[in-house]
Design a protein around this ligand. Structure first.
Ligand code: NAD
Length: 503
């Protein structure tokens, strides 16, 4: 709350919790988990802090946030190592994507804080001046997942702080370390006590208490669609605004004129990034029948060359999954596909030897799938790519959209007309053309359908953490307004044109 770490209010009675390195199974941090009383204290601190923070001129908030970016840069190496130790993601990914992406996001929102503006200022009625004010919402409760702990915390926290809100953030209990480091960097940058509060705890007690808390004006959630639906129903109890970034099952459509080498490389990178634990990961390759066999052979060759290993080693391409439990889930998906008659072209097992102590799973390509197969429909969230062939463009688009999700997609073609059609017709929050995965601070990220709603990053997300207020000021200066005659007849009121109706 003031940049200092605190023990849970329950003291020794708080449940003990270990943050585990999934590469080794060893604990990297141990502490007590927060409980509902800690959420109450955090919301109280946020409420107190928000009044002043929300009233501060944008330039003041911007200055603090610029310093925050500098403070994050100063601890970039520590952040990268902590991110890798709690998630098992390769250090190259932490160093070259998660940490610089977060610093860039912080710098972006530092600038964007000064650009918030209302749209109208003028006389839309002859007798009034209208002004639109964009105002902070108050206290935002945010809940983040474990796959990109630092970036997901940043995507939740930064637009809220830039808009003048205060925030209570619950990171995943599996990966709280970098959200805490980020908050500490904010405190060193001059973020006032109480503006950002990190409460480490489990979903069902701490998360649900935060969502239902009467002092919280908005809930911003990133995680699975199942928990997102639960969050939405709990928030409905107090009619809170919700922002939901949920699951995905991204199609990767390869048309017959595509650059095959680019598509093969794009598919492997897009499917295996973060060990496939990426909501936008390429999971459903939909490939024209004329390229299908070469695509399968190329992807399998590249997947077999991926080096699994110690995440802290610069030479490692792919680390473990987040946990043993999750490793079991991914393996069960692949086993079920096998049982349903799918062909596992490569991978499909946990490696043995030195890697057996970690939650590793081999890069896996599954072909020969029926479109009703669970591995084609359900979010696996592991290093598993499925592939099906198609014969005509209509079928390709139809297959791409035949999913409950709608977060991201890509189309691979050299034909500008095909690209135009695919980007228009594929139902997703983002469609890449001849690439899959890149994101950038200025552009929005968020889904449609069961992938949720609301945007992260970009000016769109800043607006979501504000409310719009219409201010309408009378210009007549009279006691008897012309429109009063629609409510009561005062014979001394001058009759007016009947077009002057109330709004
Ligand atoms: P999850 O839904 O299990 O958990 C997410 C967060 O919610 C965690 O902090 C967890 O503790 C909390 N939580 C769990 N139960 C809760 C409850 N009943 N009430 C309130 N909070 C609760 O998701 P996960 O396994 O941590 O993350 C993986 C999921 O996140 C995948 O489905 C992935 O697609 C999704 N994801 C989406 C995006 C996006 O931008 N759309 C980004 C990253 C991850």
């Amino acid at each position: 709350m003031d940049g200092a770490r605190r023990a849970p209010l329950a003291g020794d009675a708080a449940p003990r919790h270990e943050v585990v390195d999934p590469a080794s199974g060893r604990a990297v941090a141990v502490g007590g988990l927060a409980g509902p009383a800690d959420v109450d204290a955090a919301v109280e601190a946020a409420t107190r802090a928000q009044r002043e923070w929300g009233a501060a001129p944008p330039a003041e908030r911007s200055t603090v946030m610029h310093r925050w970016a500098v403070e994050l840069e100063a601890v970039a190496d520590e952040l990268a190592r902590a991110e890798t130790s709690q998630t098992g993601k390769p250090i190259r990914l932490s160093r070259e994507f998660d940490v610089p992406g977060t610093i860039d996001n912080t710098a972006f929102f530092a600038g964007a804080a000064r650009l918030l503006e209302g749209r109208a200022a003028g006389e839309y009625s002859a007798d009034h001046t209208s002004v639109v004010r964009r105002e902070p919402l108050g206290v935002v409760g945010s809940i983040a997942p474990w796959n990109y702990p630092l970036q997901m915390a940043a995507w939740k926290v930064l637009p809220a702080v830039a808009a003048g809100d205060a925030i209570v953030l619950k990171p995943s209990e599996l990966t709280p370390l970098t959200a805490l480091l980020m908050a500490e960097a904010g405190a060193r940058a001059g973020l006032p006590a109480g503006v950002l509060n990190v409460v480490t705890g489990a979903g069902p007690d701490v998360g649900e208490h935060l969502v239902a808390h009467p002092g919280v004006a908005m809930v911003s959630f990133t995680g699975s669609s199942a928990v997102g639906r639960r969050v939405m129903s709990l928030a409905a109890g107090s009619a809170k605004r919700v922002h939901l970034e949920l699951g995905g099952k991204a199609p990767f459509v390869v048309f017959d004129d595509a650059d095959l080498e680019a598509a093969v490389h794009g598919a492997v990178a897009g499917a295996l990034i973060n060990t496939g634990q990426d909501c936008t990961a390429a999971t459903r390759a939909i490939v024209h029948r004329s390229l299908h066999d070469d695509f399968v052979a190329g992807v399998a060759d590249l997947m077999r060359a991926v080096r699994l290993g110690d995440p802290l080693d610069d030479d490692t391409d792919q680390g473990p999954l987040i946990s043993r439990v999750h490793q079991g889930r991914v393996a069960a998906h692949v086993e079920r596909a096998r049982a349903e008659g799918a062909k596992v072209v490569c991978g499909g097992a946990a490696p043995g030897g030195a890697l057996a102590a970690g939650a590793y799973y081999e890069p896996t390509l599954v072909a020969g799938i029926d479109r009703t197969a669970s591995i084609w429909r359900d979010e696996v969230f592991g290093p598993v790519l499925c592939v099906v062939p198609f014969d005509d463009d209509d079928t390709a688009i139809e297959l791409a959209n035949d999913t409950e999700y709608g977060l991201a997609a890509s189309a691979w073609t050299r034909d500008v007309v095909r690209a135009g059609r695919a980007t228009r017709e594929i139902q997703a929050g983002c469609v890449w053309v001849n690439d899959h995965i890149p994101i950038i601070s200025e552009m929005p990220h968020g889904g449609v359908k069961a992938s949720g709603f609301g945007k992260d990053m970009s000016a769109y997300s800043l607006e979501e953490y504000t409310s719009v207020k219409h201010v309408m000021t009378d210009l007549t200066g009279t006691a008897r307004k012309p429109w009063h005659r629609t409510v009561f007849t005062d014979r001394t009121t001058t009759p007016v044109d009947s077009s002057e109706e109330p709004a």
